[in-house]
Design a protein around this ligand. Structure first.
Ligand code: ZN
Length: 132
């Protein structure tokens, strides 16, 4: 397994900190690390609110990347509440496709199982985009 996955895993674990912020907001149960095309790692945590104002860890990490001037994704790693890895939800996949249209999104590599190093390409789990 490429050592960048280890760096991404460590970065995601470093921000994973499940906590209650207020009576209406919890966060940090899920964390994500995004590797941009430039080679920088951006992290994010899930934010859950009682009125759907929250965000997935993946999109939070992607917005962190965009905030820092980048928009092309190379790899995605997510650490779920139970410590396993998860694939991005439909909303996160849609954002990645819209950020990198014309088939470029298909090469984004997603960690399915950090223990075994099993990955999948976004194109394999999102083969047909609704706009095309
Ligand atoms: Zn999501």
């Amino acid at each position: 397994m490429d050592k960048i996955w280890t760096e991404m895993y460590k970065a995601a674990i470093a921000v994973k900190n499940k906590r209650k912020i207020s009576e209406y907001v919890t966060c940090g149960g899920v964390s994500a690390a995004i590797l941009s095309k430039s080679g920088k790692i951006y992290t994010g945590v899930c934010i859950d609110t009682s009125s759907t104002l929250g965000i997935c860890a993946e999109r939070n990490a992607i917005f962190n990347m965009i905030t820092n001037g980048e928009h092309e994704i190379d790899k995605v790693l997510c650490v779920m509440s139970n410590g396993s890895n998860g694939t991005p939800c439909g909303a996160c996949r849609e954002l990645m496709v819209q950020l990198m249209p014309n088939g470029k999104y298909k090469d984004i590599e997603i960690m399915l199982d950090y223990t075994s190093g099993r990955t999948v390409r976004l194109g394999e789990i999102t083969p047909l985009w609704w706009i095309k």
